[in-house]
Design a binder for this molecule. Structure first.
Ligand code: C5P
Length: 281
């Protein structure tokens, strides 16, 4: 506050404002010099978001390709309870789905991101639906799917859930060295949307994380889930995929030859994916 409120600072800010410079912050809080109050640098995420908003607002004038289009994306893992303190989940970080949502937003779409539990934040202008289980994810997709142009299932949905969730913490039984949990199949969200008779989005896209036979499995999924495209990535490569900022994918569709993208950042992969989807809309 001491530095920010200094007459020289105030004067300089006025000069820059008069020249139409944009400002982010400052925020209030503790500062490196020990002072507390107004004058703290805004958080990097806030600065980044302000820059993005500035450019997306500027671009709107320039006819963004997904303007007036609705995109629904699932992301992250799902979490299936075993008892009040334990659950089944997987290694998905959600980064790929969040990158797709960001690019769709930047291209002008109205974006709904249906996300399982992750440690990343979405831009404020993305409609975020936070869920935990596969059943909740399906419900949220159903609520938002009407008039959707592009649906992308990027979430790593748990294939199975507990048949009965224990209401009390399951205790270890002495002398018993095995424990059997009965699992039942979760709903397949991508297959549900792919097979919708009414309101099926124009493009239904799935992801496939595989460790082998990418093409064979992707083509089977195209069929089984009635998807228009399956984007396969080889998760056996530890440098890309799960939790990494980079990825390498192949887009499979029924009528086109496979398209290879990467290895590049998940944001760049997302931009390439939307470039391709735009040719199919
Ligand atoms: O069958 P598999 O899990 O490999 O399929 C991957 C694709 O299907 C992904 O797009 C994933 O988001 C979607 N999926 C789904 N609901 C499930 C299982 C997978 O939407 N229960």
């Amino acid at each position: 506050m001491y530095m920010y409120k200094n007459p020289a600072t105030i004067e300089n800010i006025d000069v820059l404002k008069n020249r139409n410079y944009l400002f982010v912050g400052p925020n209030s809080g503790s500062q490196a010099c020990g002072d507390v109050g107004l004058g703290r640098m805004s958080e990097p995420e806030e600065i980044f978001e302000n820059i993005q908003n500035f450019f997306s607002a500027t671009n709107k004038v320039n006819n963004l390709p997904l303007l007036n289009k609705k995109v629904v994306i699932t992301a992250g893992p799902t979490r299936e309870s075993i008892d009040p303190v334990r659950y089944i989940t997987n290694k998905s970080s959600g980064k790929m789905g969040y990158a797709l949502a960001q690019i769709a937003k930047d291209l002008g779409a109205s974006v709904t991101l249906v996300s399982g539990p992750v440690n990343i934040t979405a831009s404020q202008n993305i409609n975020l639906c936070k869920v935990t289980t596969a059943d909740e994810m399906l419900e949220c997709v159903k609520e938002n799917i009407k008039e959707t142009d592009i649906f992308i299932a990027c979430a790593a949905v748990a294939d199975y859930k507990l048949q009965n969730i224990s209401t009390q913490k399951i205790k270890k039984i002495s002398g018993q060295n095995t424990l059997t949990l009965n699992l039942i199949e979760n709903p397949d969200i991508l297959a549900h949307v792919g097979h919708m008779e009414q309101d099926r989005p124009k493009l239904v896209v799935g992801f496939a994380a595989e460790t082998q036979n990418l093409e064979e499995y992707a083509l089977k999924k195209l069929d089984k889930k009635n998807a228009d495209m399956i984007i396969a990535n080889n998760v056996s490569n530890k440098n890309i995929g799960f939790d990494s900022d980079k990825n390498e994918v192949i887009i499979f569709s029924k009528e086109n030859t496979p398209i290879h993208i990467g290895p590049i950042s998940k944001l760049k992969i997302s931009a390439e994916i939307f470039n391709y989807l735009l040719t199919k809309l």
